[in-house]
Design a protein around this ligand. Structure first.
Ligand code: FAD
Length: 289
């Protein structure tokens, strides 16, 4: 199906993109186009205008400074997957990006578009929730950005205002004693997450000093698994401790589990502890090596 008619503007700068959004009420930003164009073709969105930000170099790249990793909004999934900075300082993000879609999706899709679209089956919001990321936008007046826990408000709903543009995503650089992992049970065709789990576990002096675990694909928005995290805190890592913590995830799932034509809610509920266990096993192994 063809997309509905729309006016097209290519922004030459971030400032111009902001002006174009103000001038054309209801306009949508176009980044990699791999979520927006399908929506247009399915006639699920019909904006009168698109503002193309895809060529804004100021929004591209990964930089590490002062213990923080800053990723420009237009950095593609392929660039995340290949980034040596991310491999060292935020490996779960690189690992998750490498699992997204197929090479065409990874070469066009961007981290900014992925978080703004906020699909519950997306991979990056899950990792960002686990890593306590902040999302910087033109709406925050140069402030520290919006915490991931506040940014993702629900299914395809975010804290972004109508004219806000995501400029960057920031995560703390992982301490050397931390192991991170991302595991997903992927839809066989699209590779979207039926269940996605991100884990970051720090082992200090033989005990788990911090554990962050986030779930995606299961519920309307990326969510921290508080029961799993509590079951790990202060424990000596072992297969039994990991198994008990993974089983605790059922308490974090609530009643609004997603069920769709790909997998029922019951199936997702059964897969959740399996994926949590795999993610924790990998994260603990990496923390200890
Ligand atoms: C076949 C297929 C398979 C896929 N598989 C996966 C998968 O396995 N895992 C996964 O996570 N994703 C998957 N995706 C989605 C893909 O990652 C998208 O690229 C991504 O979700 C959106 O990024 P984009 O740059 O393409 O954004 P666009 O499609 O250009 O935009 C998406 C939305 O975000 C808004 N937007 C874009 N950039 C900004 C910004 N900087 N600030 C504010 N708003 C912005 C747009 O206005 C639009 O509403 C798949 C897509 C396809 C087509």
């Amino acid at each position: 199906m063809y997309a509905p008619d729309f006016a097209y503007y290519r922004a030459g700068s971030l400032a111009e993109a902001g002006q174009l959004l103000q001038q054309h009420p209801g306009a949508k930003l176009l980044a990699g186009g791999h979520s927006l164009i399908p929506l247009l073709k399915l006639r699920l969105a019909a904006p009168a205008a698109l503002v193309d930000i895809g060529r804004l170099d100021e929004l591209k790249g990964v930089a590490v400074a002062n213990g923080r990793v800053r990723i420009g909004a237009l950095t593609t999934h392929a660039e995340l997957a290949a980034s040596s900075e991310l491999a060292t300082h935020a490996p779960a993000l690189a690992e998750a990006a490498a699992t997204i879609g197929d090479p065409a999706v990874r070469n066009r899709g961007t981290i900014g578009g992925n978080v703004a679209h906020a699909d519950p089956a997306s991979d990056l919001p899950t990792v960002l929730a686990a890593l306590d990321a902040t999302i910087a936008t033109t709406g925050d007046g140069g402030g520290p950005g919006i915490a991931a826990a506040d940014f993702f408000e629900g299914m395809m709903a975010t804290a972004l205002g109508d004219h806000d543009i995501v400029t960057a995503v920031e995560v703390p650089a992982a301490p050397t004693e931390q192991g991170q992992a991302y595991v997903k049970f992927a839809h066989p065709a699209s590779r979207y997450a039926v269940v996605g789990v991100a884990a970051a576990v720090t082992v200090t002096g033989g005990t788990i000093s911090t554990a962050a675990v986030a779930l995606g694909g299961l519920v309307p928005t990326a969510t921290r698994a508080a029961s799993v995290e509590q079951a790990l805190a202060g424990q000596t890592p072992s297969a039994d401790v990991i198994a008990a913590a993974a089983a605790a995830v059922t308490a974090d799932l609530g009643d609004d589990l997603i069920g769709d034509i790909y997998a029922s809610a019951e199936y997702r509920r059964a897969m959740a502890p399996v994926c949590v266990k795999r993610a924790l096993t990998a994260a603990v192994e990496r923390a200890s090596s």
